[in-house]
Design a protein around this ligand. Structure first.
Ligand SMILES: NC(=O)c1ccc[n+]([C@@H]2O[C@H](COP(=O)([O-])OP(=O)(O)OC[C@H]3O[C@@H](n4cnc5c(N)ncnc54)[C@H](O)[C@@H]3O)[C@@H](O)[C@H]2O)c1
Length: 255
């Protein structure tokens, strides 16, 4: 048996492309990779918040900002090309961009459904679609998709969001099988409820009921999710994770 580590990452500061980097979990992931001295490509539709994040990050080797709507194929393709042009590679892709609204199905406008699927599922497909060929050409990479525990157990008023997140988990497993032979490891994280602007859109009743059913009795903080991404992107710690969905979720789902 070979003693080589087959899933070695490129040496030197890695280029990490993070979508939804401007806020919440994505911003915490950016902070964590900055602390490792990574090269960061921060992508979001909110340019002002991206600039504010850049100004408070310390430790990153290089930071580039990319304004993009992850649901728009041309914009995502151009963003990935820009990242590869400016950094010379894309070693790690983290898909964190997402939206959330609370609407019972009987009141759901089809446009609300379409928008949620477009950002939360199509957005993940698009960035993987355009980043993966570069990773294959480079000889390897890591992709981490931020799903949600709601994609595993469902949630009232969230059929659109849960469908998208369950889709991300299935997409991750399928892509993991395609990409692993190319030394690209693809995994997902399904966080439980986390205190970010995203959950501001949920009613106090919804949040109270959710908190009451958590074994840990509290929502998480973005800084408690980011280390799981670092683990999946690490060598050797992440080398054997393929198509997994890791669950920093306050005990909301136990698999
Ligand atoms: N907060 C939670 O409780 C929780 C739990 C499980 C999973 N998640 C997931 O984690 C990810 C991050 O969520 P968060 O809680 O940090 O939310 P957040 O609202 O703080 O951050 C989401 C970011 O995505 C960006 N974004 C939204 N639509 C976009 C688009 N079309 N194109 C580009 N950027 C876009 C926003 O501008 C924002 O900066 C999401 O995928 C979310 O579904 C969150």
């Amino acid at each position: 048996m070979s003693t080589d580590t087959p899933h070695r990452l490129r040496p030197g500061p890695r280029t990490v492309l993070i979508t939804g980097a401007a806020s919440g979990i994505g911003a915490a992931i950016a902070e964590a990779f900055a602390g490792e001295g990574a090269r960061l490509a921060l992508a979001d539709r909110d340019t002002r918040k991206l600039e504010a994040l850049r100004d408070r990050l310390t430790g990153a080797a290089v930071i580039t900002l990319h304004t993009v709507d992850v649901a728009d194929a041309d914009q995502v393709r151009d963003t990935v090309e820009d990242v590869v042009h400016q950094h010379g590679a894309v070693d790690v892709l983290v898909n964190s961009a997402g939206i959330l609204t609370e609407v019972p199905l009987t009141e759901m406008d089809p446009a609300t459904w379409d928008e949620t699927i477009a950002v939360d599922l199509r957005g993940v497909f698009l960035s993987c679609r355009y980043a993966l060929p570069h990773m294959i050409e480079q000889g390897g990479g890591r992709i981490v998709n931020i799903a949600s525990q709601l994609g595993q157990k469902g949630g009232e008023g969230l059929t659109h969001y849960c469908a998208a997140k369950a889709g991300v988990i299935g997409f991750t497993k399928a892509l993991a099988r395609e990409a692993a032979p190319h030394n690209v490891l693809v995994n997902a994280i399904a966080p439980g409820p986390v205190e970010t602007p995203l959950v501001d859109g949920l009613s106090p009743d919804w949040k109270g009921a959710k908190q009451a059913e958590l074994p840990l009795g509290r929502f998480g903080r973005p800084q408690e999710i980011a280390p799981t991404v670092l683990l999946l992107a690490s060598d050797p710690g992440g080398n054997l994770y393929v198509g997994q969905t890791l669950g920093p979720n306050s005990g909301d789902v136990m698999l």
